[in-house]
Design a protein around this ligand. Structure first.
Ligand code: F6R
Length: 359
């Protein structure tokens, strides 16, 4: 049940620090070694490219996973939306390895791709919250999310659990092939910091609620902007907002705004920016100035190290590769409060089902 919580979504958002800690006990031993079947590492090592296939929020977790695999394992990765990939399959590399990210393990769009890759004889791994699910049974290997049941339609703890499991896999893979970045990455330490950082953010809900009351309660549209992983984060934060508050929200690559979309900015349009990627923070701050000059109401979500006077949501410092695990928390909370304040059913939004079993 949801206990003392008014909604499953809020309960599941609050569970995320505990899920991070549980995942550490499931996947990492005291010496910091990953507890992952070596056969999985060998199969991925034998491949020349990882293809991550997923839908919705799981697709967004795949985008974060891409940087983890590239930076910690130096492995080329492509991330694809399942419903597109299945019918417009690109020319594949010579030795592909497929990773299916799916909370439910039952998503028809993802399954139709797995049916094809099985037919073609390509090796595959399903990362899922649901042991014994269809995609788990039909792939060669499975890694579980251990997030506990996710009841709210809007996916929250499964997203952060997916990123954590991708991290474990990327580190294990990188060490398997003697990549220094993976050898040096102290998973126990870094993910424990993330769990504590999540707790800090979750204890400061009031500021998020206040911003939401001021700028999102009646708006027609809203934008999230960022670059790189902050762009991937923007896509996920915007999806959360769309699905439960029905605000037309877009996640946008901050640098692309000026190529057309900035025309949509009016007096009062909310624009939220993720600022965790050191290389691009200054540029994105410049984009914020441009939208502010056109009347936008802005919110900055910024890593502590890069915070300046006037920044609103400060994310406790963690390893920059893991900043998305913290960045998404205010995104989830903004969606929650916007839905609540607009009088909607947070856990059961219109037109949506928890698991989408039709193509
Ligand atoms: C968004 C959401 C959906 C799912 C998508 C994939 O909050 O829940 O976008 O992420 O339908 O579902 P799974 O991960 O079960 O394959």
């Amino acid at each position: 049940g949801k206990g003392t919580y008014p909604h499953y979504m809020l309960k599941e958002v609050d569970e995320q620090p505990a899920v991070m800690r549980r995942l550490l006990t499931e996947y990492v031993d005291d010496a910091g070694q990953m507890k992952i079947d070596p056969a999985i590492l060998k199969a991925i090592d034998d491949a020349d490219r990882i293809y991550i296939v997923a839908a919705g929020t799981s697709y967004h977790a795949g985008l974060i996973g891409q940087s983890l695999f590239e930076k910690l394992a130096e492995k080329p990765v492509e991330v694809h939306v399942a419903s597109e990939f299945g019918y417009h399959m690109p020319i594949l590399s010579k030795k592909p390895f497929f990773i299916f990210l799916t909370q439910s393990g039952e998503t028809a769009d993802s399954r139709q791709v797995l049916v094809q890759t099985n037919r073609l004889g390509y090796p595959s791994l399903t990362i899922t919250n649901s042991q014994g699910s269809t995609l788990s049974r039909e792939a060669n290997y499975t890694l579980l999310l251990h997030a506990g049941p996710e009841i709210a339609v809007a996916s929250t703890k499964a997203y952060t659990a997916q990123i954590a499991v991708e991290l474990f896999l990327a580190v294990a893979l990188g060490r398997h092939t003697a990549i220094k970045a993976a050898q040096d990455f102290d998973v126990n330490h870094e993910l424990a910091l993330v769990a504590t950082g999540m707790e800090t953010l979750l204890s400061e809900k009031q500021a998020i609620e206040d911003f939401t009351t001021m700028y999102l309660k009646t708006t027609r549209n809203a934008f999230y902007i960022g670059r790189g992983e902050d762009y991937a984060l923007s896509l996920e934060a915007a999806l959360k907002l769309k699905e439960i508050s029905y605000i037309q929200a877009e996640g946008f690559a901050a640098g692309e705004l000026k190529h057309g979309t900035i025309a949509l900015i009016e007096d009062g349009t909310p624009v939220m920016a993720f600022l965790t990627d050191a290389k691009t923070i200054d540029h994105t701050r410049g984009n914020l100035q441009e939208v502010r000059a056109r009347g936008a109401k802005t919110l900055t979500i910024v890593s502590e190290d890069h915070a300046q006077a006037g920044d609103q949501v400060v994310l406790p410092n963690v390893n920059p590769l893991l900043a998305p695990l913290l960045g998404i928390i205010p995104g989830q909370l903004i969606a929650y409060y916007a839905s609540l304040q607009r009088g909607y059913d947070v856990d059961q939004p219109r037109n949506l089902a928890k698991s989408v079993t039709v193509e």
